[in-house]
Design a protein around this ligand. Structure first.
Ligand code: FES
Length: 91
């Protein structure tokens, strides 16, 4: 059995899964993100989005517009629950 290359390391998505999703009709980067969680890992797509765009362009024959490239957001920092639940005023 041939192993498929990992495209998104953060979410453990393979090239085969991307190709299957495109064949199912997910032909837009945003749709692929929502279906497979591509680009939603800790690296925010810095590693995988460009790879997925190349796969998408090759498979569909269409140029992926820059408008559909998702915006990276800074990671959310965990806050201890006590900080939110505290009734002390911080000055
Ligand atoms: S490799 Fe895809 S989100 Fe990090």
């Amino acid at each position: 059995m041939k192993k498929s290359a990992i495209v998104c390391r953060c979410e453990d998505i393979t090239e085969e899964e991307v190709l299957k999703a495109i064949e199912e009709g997910y032909t837009d980067l945003e749709e692929l993100r929502k279906k497979l969680r591509i680009g939603m890992g800790p690296c925010q797509g810095r590693v995988c989005v460009q790879i997925v765009i190349k796969i998408l362009e090759k498979k569909t024959g269409k140029k992926v517009s820059k408008i559909s490239i998702p915006t990276s957001r800074p990671p959310i920092i965990p806050v201890p629950l006590g900080t939110l639940a505290s009734d002390k005023d911080e000055k």
